[in-house]
Design a protein around this ligand. Structure first.
Ligand code: PEP
Ligand code: MG
Length: 325
């Protein structure tokens, strides 16, 4: 198996029926970057910037952040890195930041809601990212966006930082790509106004499943009640994928779901073409991709999504076995 995986790293993530998939990796620590080249992922599809913030005893300043982001880009050695802005609150607590008691932290003051309310924190992070990416490509992604107006506000902060850096005569990134996470269902009902404003979209299936099913992602008592491999979730995925495809906006899925081969197969059948997974998941997912014909599973899924029962996982598993996926 180890030998198989070692060879796999240099083979393309392309299906039997010729569909090319971009297989990216999730990261959150500088340490993770060493896996990028070992596993042969096409880049970092989600860099969770909050992890270094959580590991320290105070908020890192612009210089400290610039140094870190610069190292990450150096180690990525030209492969793209999607930096997600600070995504704290909810299940991710910053120990040194005003503990704020909430009845429903997952629905509370978290993520972009914090960084839009505390724009200096967002601006410092954006400034550090712009500086770190001088002369290179920079991809920035905003988390927990619930409505387009929030993205517009975040973009405005980014534009202010670009102007600020320009004014200082600093070298700017060669290109800046701006994307949004889609992990709050409401945003999916604004696709037509959202898509012209972004360079890419990434579905965070962990939070998306939490909000679609109203099920706390950290509560073991209900963890098995709803399956992401369900008609509701996959109908949602298909809708978003068709909207992004029609608008020519790249769509990825970066939640845990993308890293499980059976779920990843279903995502490809829904039209998703970019997956960002944990580094250990890259090999099993690539193995699945290289043994899959998307056409038949797409047709089969068409039929399955109309079924009112909970048979989808078993059906897709049998389908995969029958078709040697
Ligand atoms: C997600 O919500 O699916 C996601 C990728 O972000 P996180 O798990 O960091 O909330
Ligand atoms: Mg999330």
């Amino acid at each position: 198996r180890a030998a198989h995986y070692a060879k796999l790293k240099d083979l393309p993530a392309i299906t039997r029926d010729g569909i090319a998939v971009r297989l990216m990796m999730n990261a959150g620590l500088l340490l993770d970057l060493q896996h990028l080249h070992e596993c042969g992922a096409d880049g970092i599809g989600l860099y969770r910037t909050e992890l270094p913030f959580m590991a320290r005893s105070s908020l890192p300043d612009v210089a400290a952040q610039t140094t870190l982001y610069n190292k990450i880009l150096d180690q990525a050695a030209g492969k793209p890195v999607v930096f997600r802005t600070l995504d704290v609150g909810g299940d991710k607590v910053l120990p040194y930041w005003n503990p704020y008691e909430e009845d429903n932290p997952a629905l509370g003051w978290r993520s972009i809601r914090i960084t839009l309310d505390r724009p200096a924190v967002m601006r410092h992070q954006l400034r550090a990212l712009i500086r770190a990416a001088a002369g290179r490509e920079l991809s920035i992604m905003f988390p927990m966006v619930a409505e387009v107006a929030e993205l517009v506000q975040a973009r405005h902060l980014l534009d202010m930082e670009i102007a600020h850096e320009k004014g200082k005569g600093h070298v700017l990134p060669e290109r800046i790509r701006v994307g949004t996470m889609l992990e709050v269902p409401a945003l999916a009902f604004q696709m037509d106004s959202l898509l012209p404003l972004v360079d890419f979209v990434s579905i965070g299936s962990n939070d998306m499943a939490q909000f679609l099913f109203a099920v706390d992602r950290g509560n073991p008592r209900i963890a098995d009640r709803y399956d992401p491999l369900s008609p509701a979730m996959l109908t949602f995925m298909r809708y978003v994928a068709s909207k992004c495809d029609a608008a020519g906006v790249p769509l990825s899925v970066c939640g845990e779901m993308a890293g499980r081969p059976l779920e990843a197969m279903a995502l490809l059948a829904c039209g998703v073409r970019i997956l960002s997974v944990s580094s250990p998941a890259t090999s099993p997912v690539k193995t699945m991709i290289r043994s899959l014909s998307v056409g038949p599973v797409r047709d089969y899924l068409d039929h399955c999504l109309k079924l009112p029962d909970r048979s989808l996982r078993d059906r897709l598993r049998s389908f995969a076995l029958d078709h040697h996926v």
